[in-house]
Write a protein that binds this ligand. Structure first.
Ligand SMILES: [Zn+2]
Length: 155
């Protein structure tokens, strides 16, 4: 395909009901799916576009999920790896809700602490809790810092 043949409307083709996650940081689409718990075994109908040309931002990824509306806590998870993402809720081909993502101050039960001695990894039913800092995620129980590859620590 020649570059000129790329049709923008094809890449953002409509879905009837579901969620369109737009403006995902380029290259993070698959990590977004991991965060949402969508793997090859789930039944959602997905469309994924990666490295789409996007005006001022350069490149972005887009994920479309049919027949699923994202909840607030799922959106907050996405913010960790795609802080500029926008979430469009679609019903009957219309955007009924459009929201940005907000990076939460504290995230609970989203990321597993890499410290095996951390109490959040013990058998007690304690949910992990991380403070979201500019340099990374800070475990509220053991002070461990996750500074890179956050997606690989997602529960
Ligand atoms: Zn910890």
């Amino acid at each position: 395909m020649t570059p000129g043949a790329q049709n923008r409307t094809l890449l953002v083709s409509q879905i009837k009901d579901g969620t369109v996650i737009d403006h995902i940081t380029a290259g993070e689409a698959l990590n977004v799916l991991t965060i949402l718990g969508i793997a090859g075994t789930t039944t959602e109908s997905l469309s994924i576009a990666t490295n789409v040309a996007s005006g001022r931002e350069g490149r972005k990824d887009i994920v479309k999920i049919e027949r699923r509306e994202l909840r607030k806590e799922e959106v907050d998870r996405i913010a960790l790896i795609a802080p500029h993402a926008t979430i469009n809720i679609i019903r009957d081909y219309e955007v009924v809700e459009k929201k940005g993502v907000t990076i939460p101050r504290v995230i609970r039960a989203v990321v597993k602490c890499p410290n095996p001695g951390c109490i959040s990894n013990a058998s007690e039913p304690i949910e992990s809790a991380f403070e979201v800092l500019p340099k990374g995620l800070h475990c509220l129980y053991c002070d461990w810092m996750i500074t890179k590859d956050i997606a690989s620590h997602i529960i």
